[in-house]
Design a protein around this ligand. Structure first.
Ligand SMILES: Nc1ncnc2c1ncn2[C@@H]1O[C@H](COP(=O)(O)OP(=O)(O)OP(=O)(O)O)[C@@H](O)[C@H]1O
Length: 270
């Protein structure tokens, strides 16, 4: 088998979009929220409108958040996944992290994958920082002894030593990201996926994390997929960019500047 880290073939993700009788479109989950908000605002109006709506047929439509993706990523590459709001970046990273199930195609991942998605994923809120470090290590298949060996490095890099025995639900978002990044960067995984979260940390920690990610690819041949809206960060970290538009690959290039220019010329996906 080829020595690749990630191979994606004809990958697609389809969502069902509900059309409301008033012509609005929305995914199923937000329709419930919308109903609750309307009901709280004006219960009588909501109920009479709802009874009226019941008699109007609703239609559903397929919406492709990702479509026909094909690419191969090799060990040691630092890939920037870029695109305007709604282009499909998070959906792609969540699909690769197996949080979202693809609707078409297949993906082959060679190596262990650690992902750092939006704040709130990855850690168990009730567990302390210390417990989450061990939990994350065991999810990656590491023995307790191996995790213990990395423990001090993780804590030192994160700078959250004083709060190690506090449940992470009490952490500020900055502290949370510090620990989550440090765990993902230091535990044994061949592939690291980082979605925008670093923007939550302070400038100093952001710079330190970018430096760490460069080292991980250079010294340990680890592969990094990085989503960011910050062109400077993409330029300083990535050697290749995959530009998404409307769920499809617009371009996949090692000319990072050209990729960024093309992305900036796009309007957000509808
Ligand atoms: N669970 C869902 N149900 C329906 N549509 C969804 C769902 N999750 C995402 N989408 C839609 O898929 C498209 C891609 O979303 P995604 O979050 O991947 O974009 P993104 O490129 O990460 O955007 P941003 O830069 O704003 O974070 C959007 O149009 C979004 O509304």
């Amino acid at each position: 088998m080829d020595n690749f880290a990630i191979r994606v073939e004809n990958l697609g993700k389809k969502y069902r979009i509900h059309h409301l009788p008033n012509g609005q479109k929305m995914p199923g989950y937000s329709r419930v929220n919308e109903d609750i908000t309307r009901m709280l605002k004006s219960p009588f109006k909501f109920l009479s409108k709802k009874a009226h709506e019941e008699h109007k047929p609703e239609t559903d439509e397929d919406f492709w958040a990702l479509k026909d993706l094909d690419f191969t990523i090799y060990p040691g590459e630092r890939i920037g996944v870029i695109g305007r709001n709604g282009a499909g970046k998070s959906t792609l990273l969540k699909t690769l992290s197996r949080i979202v199930t693809p609707s078409t195609g297949r993906m082959t991942i060679q190596g262990r994958l650690a992902s750092l998605l939006e704040v709130g994923t990855g850690f168990h809120p009730e567990l302390t920082g210390r417990e989450n470090i061990f939990l994350n290590g065991s999810i990656l298949g590491m023995a307790r002894k191996e995790i213990s060996k990395k423990f001090d490095q993780i804590v030192e890099f994160s700078g959250v030593e004083r709060f190690l025995d506090t449940p992470v639900k009490r952490y500020s978002s900055g502290m949370y990201v510090r620990l989550a990044f440090s765990v993902a960067a230091h535990l044994d995984s061949e592939i690291l996926i980082v979605d925008e979260v670093l923007a939550v940390g302070d400038k100093e920690f952001q710079a330190k994390s970018l430096k760490k990610m460069r080292e991980l690819t250079q010294e340990e041949d680890r592969t990094i997929l990085f989503v960011s809206h910050d062109s400077e960060k993409i330029r300083s970290l990535c050697g290749r960019v995959i530009v998404l538009k409307g769920g499809r690959v617009l371009t996949d290039t090692t000319d990072v500047d050209a990729g960024l220019t093309l992305m900036e010329a796009q309007t957000p996906a509808k």
